[in-house]
Write a protein that binds this ligand. Structure first.
Ligand code: SF4
Length: 488
């Protein structure tokens, strides 16, 4: 694997990892096809919606506490600014920070700028950001419009950096560049590695980088028991903290879809070892994840004690939950690796995962290691998932699959997806906190949550009785992959 931090651009996932957004079949088939570069994308001939790399880059960068993000884009690309502000504030509360508004600006490109260029507006916005917020760094995210008109954002950033004496970082994350919108995470991390992170001054044996979203703080307690400290990146970190992530003893990630690039880049550039193990969801994944962390940090004995005590603590309740949930049929929709993690977690609780709609698929990660592949881990440990689709959030495919399979419970990771379960009268919940299911306690958390939702079906039954679908009966009689072109 080679990461070129001299280049301002990150290679998109399609080219770097061979990632795809269209597949319909079984999870084991997908794992098999992912070996040896045999995976082809089945293109959608009809698309209802798509995500955007720019949004993924923004969602990470906007949570750096003392930075500002400028979206060099028309105002329409800022439609989700309010969402970022909301998640920022919710996440700050979870981590006991004083809630503050996100520091996000748009250059508001208009038609005139698309003819004469938006460079002057960008320069003015950089000055405005500096004067208004006195930030420690400014990130500039690109958009389709600024990419198409060819504004030289990198040069403008370099000139402003010389003048203002703070890092000003160009993030090339134009929406049109990649169908895999998680490329936006990679673009944001590429900018951080390229322009923010400094070579280590002093290595810290106890410090563990945790690449994460904005979930609750569970690692301070867990790592504290084995003499380690979490260094949460990127949300809610500071520029000073990010400059020193090269000093950590190891990098873990709660989701390889999120952190594949940054973890591999830190190992390549600064020798910070990445924990290459399945995500810590379900007993086996958690065991392997902690054991690998223990091996790297020379804490094997402490880890074994932690695993023993945690398992002794949760097993009585886990067994009760497994008895109650045995045989219940579940359906999952989520981003790639987190979706695979939820499959492992639910199977470990005794549920049968009858199907999944996952937003994209990475046949490998940047570290090219086999041991951390999350779908392979789920299939090899718990068995196949017969109805497995890769569907980049196409709601029409999801609704069709849910209607056919009629699971007992539907679990969604993203807002906008859970409503389809409720409309069909399927007990449904949305779980945005990815740390809720992590580790041994995560099994108990999820088990109780699933039971609660199963025991209160009236809510969704009422919604279903009054819901209207935008889809016709014709569509419900078609196969969910009707609009996927043929391919292997
Ligand atoms: S960058 Fe492109 S895809 Fe993303 S919101 Fe703007 S116009 Fe849409």
């Amino acid at each position: 694997m080679s990461i070129n931090i001299k280049s301002p651009e990150v290679k998109i996932r399609e080219n770097r990892l061979g990632s795809i957004t269209g597949f319909s079949g079984s999870a084991s088939e997908l794992c098999e096809m992912s070996k040896g570069k045999r995976l082809c994308d089945r293109k959608h001939s009809f698309s209802q919606c798509l995500g955007c790399s720019s949004g993924q880059a923004l969602c990470q960068l906007v949570m750096i506490q003392d930075a500002v993000v400028i979206n060099h884009a028309p105002l329409g690309c800022s439609a989700d600014f309010s969402d970022f502000n909301f998640t920022n504030r919710v996440g700050q509360r979870k981590r006991n920070f004083k809630p503050k508004n996100a520091r996000l600006l748009s250059t508001n490109l208009d038609e005139k700028d698309t003819i004469y260029g938006g460079g002057e507006k960008l320069k003015a916005t950089i000055n405005e950001a500096f004067e208004r917020f006195n930030p420690k760094a400014i990130f500039i995210t690109a958009s389709c419009a600024s990419g198409i008109i060819g504004d030289d954002i990198d040069t403008i950033a370099q000139e402003a950096e010389k003048k203002l004496k703070i890092p000003i970082v160009y993030i090339p994350c134009e929406g049109f560049k990649s169908k895999i919108w998680t490329t936006g995470f990679d673009a944001a991390y590429h900018g951080i590695i390229r322009k923010i992170v400094k070579p280590p001054v002093k290595k810290r044996k106890d410090l563990i980088n945790v690449i994460n979203f904005w979930g609750s703080d569970i690692f301070t307690g867990l790592f504290g028991k084995i003499g380690l400290k979490p260094n949460y990146i990127v949300p809610f970190s500071t520029i000073d903290q990010l400059q020193k992530i090269s000093e950590a003893a190891a990098t873990v990630q709660i989701c390889p879809t999120l952190g594949t690039y940054l973890a591999a880049a830190l190992e390549q550039e600064y020798g910070v070892p990445e924990v290459k193990a399945p995500p810590a969801y379900g007993i086996k994944g958690t065991d392997e994840w902690f054991r690998e962390l223990g091996r790297i940090t020379d804490k094997e004995t402490e880890v074994e004690e932690l695993l023993k005590s945690e398992k002794e603590r949760i097993y009585p309740e886990l067994e009760k939950l497994r008895k109650k949930l045995k045989g219940k049929r579940a359906y999952v929709t989520a981003g790639a690796a987190h979706g695979h993690s939820l499959i492992a977690l639910l199977e470990d609780l005794g549920l049968e995962v009858v199907g999944a709609s996952i937003f994209h698929h990475d046949p490998c990660y940047d570290n090219r290691s086999e041991s951390g592949k999350s779908l392979d881990h789920a299939v090899n440990t718990y068995g196949d998932i017969k109805n497995f689709s890769v569907c980049d959030k196409q709601a029409y495919e999801l609704v069709n699959s849910l209607n056919r399979l009629k699971p007992d419970i539907f679990i969604a990771r993203h807002g906008g997806m859970s409503i389809w379960g409720a409309k069909l009268g399927i007990p449904t919940f949305l779980m945005g906190d990815e740390h809720f299911g992590l580790g041994y306690q995560g099994l108990i958390n999820y088990g109780n949550k699933v039971l609660d939702v199963l025991e209160t079906p009236e809510f969704v039954k009422n919604i279903s009785a009054h819901a209207k679908f935008p889809y016709t009966d014709w569509w419900f009689k078609q196969r969910p992959d009707t609009f996927l072109k043929e391919g292997k």
